[in-house]
Ligand binder design. Structure first.
Ligand code: ZN
Length: 476
């Protein structure tokens, strides 16, 4: 037997199927062997031998999870006159320090630009990424649906369409959405939506402006839950007509989840993502003096919505937790103190996905560790054409792992994080469980608070077709 390059020894390996104390043998960046605790590394070789024995990582007492796949990031994005705090280097470092080993960002064309041209720019910008990556193709008007086939051949097998943001010329009309669903679906791809009804949001917000109600506490009222529910209902009907699968980015409401449930009962293959902030905060924060830090679309919701999303995750109704990482500098966010219309929308979070799920989910009895692995790694890998290379603990899979100290307790503060964001909305939150090591392709890239990886080590991933993550028709 060839020697292993690295052995991860005696950790509790968590997969969707359960948890077991195992040794993992890694060779050439891939998992080469999985066997019982103590079988792959002798006690004497913990330091790794000068004779070329494997590097041994002692994971006893720790959890070993497949690396997270954050399928929703916005690195290096500019909104109006303001840029996000993280570019692809700092954003991918932050992600890596939170246990993320793959991210999917967006190739968003300017009006008149092709998605392929936008992708070429994003690929250049992402070349300094420290972890693996891909992009969703954003389809805007005039319709770029013709590009779907060519993009899929380049390994871009998922697409995003905005049902909101008409004024910013990001919105795709219903005809384009219907065509995109069909074009992606018939080729084995997946189209997803930012589900907010543009007219309803625009009319509601305009009403607030007319009434002079643009102070921060009114922010969430301008983008009501009904805007999300109505958009999801419409998109689900279009997916049903097209016989195509549908992905809902950043689900925020119980009403939206109800629509998804109704569509699934009709056999619609609709998958839902939510984000750490929708699982942590309520719209009460908009009444705080620093409420502008939480400006995000869709907005934060009520306590009942937060609980519905947790229950949806536990009950397999919500398939993915991703970050929507998009932090803006405090000076930009603080423009919202005068009027919510002035604050750029977006907050950071890629480094905290696992922390939030462990602290607010597992430690509070809302979610099992197995489900955490499923919603952060194995189901995203299936839906976005990366499985079983990613999101899987088995021979031949990329050796992308995160090791967690399940007992560590700490308090979230900007100084604890690696994002270049100058603040975090999670500041002061008590965390239970902590990432202590991240490995990408068998190399340690984060250990005990320090990023130790390399700029440019990440690889662009050509993705395959989407895979189903629930059986249909559903029972009940
Ligand atoms: Zn987003």
């Amino acid at each position: 037997m060839q020697p292993h390059d690295v052995v991860v020894r005696g950790g509790t390996v968590v997969t969707p199927g359960g948890r077991h104390r195992l040794d993992l043998g890694i060779r050439d960046g891939r998992v080469a062997a999985i066997s019982e605790d103590g079988s792959l590394a002798g006690a004497g070789s913990l330091a790794g031998g000068p004779a070329g024995g494997p590097e041994v990582i002692d994971a006893r007492g720790k959890l070993v999870l497949p690396g997270l796949i954050d399928v929703h990031t916005h690195f290096g994005l500019t909104s109006g006159d303001i840029a996000t705090s993280d570019d692809f280097y700092s954003g991918s470092v932050a992600a890596a320090c939170g246990g993320v080993t793959t991210f999917i960002d967006f190739a968003t064309p300017e009006p008149g630009q092709s998605v392929s041209a936008a992708l070429a720019e994003r690929l250049r910008a992402a070349s300094r990424s420290v972890i693996d990556y891909s992009f969703h193709g954003v389809l805007i008007e005039p319709p770029a649906v013709e590009e779907v086939g060519a993009l899929m051949e380049q390994g871009l097998t998922s697409f995003k369409l905005y049902m909101a943001y008409k004024a910013r010329r990001l919105m795709a009309g219903d005809a384009t959405l219907a065509r995109a669903l069909a074009a992606a679906g018939k080729r084995g791809g997946l189209a997803g939506v930012h589900a907010e009804d543009s007219d309803l949001v625009d009319e509601t917000t305009a009403g607030l402006v007319r009434a002079g109600k643009t102070a921060m506490p009114f922010f969430a009222a301008g983008r009501p839950p009904e805007a999300e529910r109505a958009a999801i209902a419409r998109a689900c009907r279009m997916a049903e007509d097209a016989g195509a699968p549908l992905y809902i980015f950043h689900l925020s409401t119980a009403a939206g989840l109800d629509e998804i449930r109704r569509a699934r009962a009709r056999g619609v293959r609709v998958w839902a993502e939510t984000c750490p902030h929708y699982l942590t905060f309520t719209d009460d924060v908009y009444g705080r003096a620093d409420g502008y830090k939480f400006v995000i679309n869709p907005p934060l919701r009520k306590r009942e919505d937060v609980e519905a999303l947790w229950a949806g995750l536990a009950g397999r109704e919500v398939q993915v937790v991703s970050s929507d990482h998009c932090p803006f500098p405090l000076a930009g966010k603080a423009r919202g103190a005068a009027s919510f219309l002035e604050a750029p929308a977006g907050i950071g979070g890629t480094e905290l996905i696992l922390t939030v799920l462990l602290s607010e989910g597992v430690a509070k009895g809302r979610l099992s560790l197995e489900r955490v692995v499923q919603v952060t790694s194995s189901d995203p890998a299936r839906l976005f054409g990366l499985y079983p290379r990613k999101g899987h603990v088995g021979p031949g899979a990329d050796a992308d792992f995160v090791i967690v100290d399940p007992e560590a307790e700490w308090t979230i503060a900007p100084g604890e994080l690696h994002s270049l964001g100058d603040h975090t909305p999670y500041e002061g939150l008590r965390a239970h469980g902590r990432v202590v090591l991240t490995m990408s392709h068998g190399r340690v890239i984060y250990r005990d608070g320090e990023f130790v990886g390399q700029a440019g080590a990440g690889r662009f991933l050509k993705r395959g077709p989407t895979r189903q993550v629930l059986a249909f028709p559903l029972e009940g």
